[in-house]
Design a protein around this ligand. Structure first.
Ligand code: FEO
Length: 175
């Protein structure tokens, strides 16, 4: 049976995933106001993914006879000044999530809660993927640098990322 301690820690993670979802949604909205359609679509889809991450934990807690709680979410920033800064912030936020997942893995190990430990493996892999994606984007943004029309090139780059992601999802669904 899952411990109260573990349920509390997982409920905290729900809060973190929900905040990430709203933060990325807010960033998406700002990108839209700047006419950055590729960035908008990317951040919108990241926001959706975070909601899915949240729900997955929510359902897991209830499945193992815990009580999943809808989180209180603090207001994310609404205004941003620079799209490169946004991607840097997303990367930093993902690193925080990775650290939080690592703490959950540690706790489940200490409690010999191997069901939760097993459940968390999906998140360990997901975080590796998310950090790799964000690092890839930041590397490309570095290459674009301060080129004239840089916003146009950044947005094109994000469009390419969106297409690659959609193709990978289609391939996974076809299996
Ligand atoms: Fe669910 Fe991107 O952390």
């Amino acid at each position: 049976m899952i411990s109260e301690n573990m349920v509390n820690a997982l409920n905290k993670q729900i809060e973190m995933e929900a905040y990430a979802s709203f933060l990325y949604l807010s960033m998406a909205s700002w990108a839209n106001t700047q006419g950055l359609e590729g960035c908008y679509q990317f951040l919108l889809s990241q926001s959706d993914e975070e909601r899915m991450h949240m729900l997955k934990i929510f359902e897991y807690i209830n499945e193992v006879d815990g009580h999943a709680l809808t989180p209180a979410i603090s207001q994310p920033p609404q205004k941003f000044t620079d799209i490169v800064e946004i991607f840097n912030d997303v990367y930093q936020h993902e690193k925080k999530v990775t650290a939080a997942i690592a703490n959950l893995v540690k706790l489940s190990n200490e409690e010999m809660d191997f069901t939760t430990l097993n459940f968390l493996q999906w998140y360990v892999e997901e975080q590796r993927e998310e950090e790799t994606t964000m690092r890839g984007i930041l590397d490309k943004l570095k290459l674009i640098g301060d080129a004239p029309n840089k916003l146009y090139f950044i947005d094109k780059e994000l469009e390419a990322v969106n297409k690659a992601k959609a193709a990978a999802e289609d391939a996974a669904n076809a299996q």
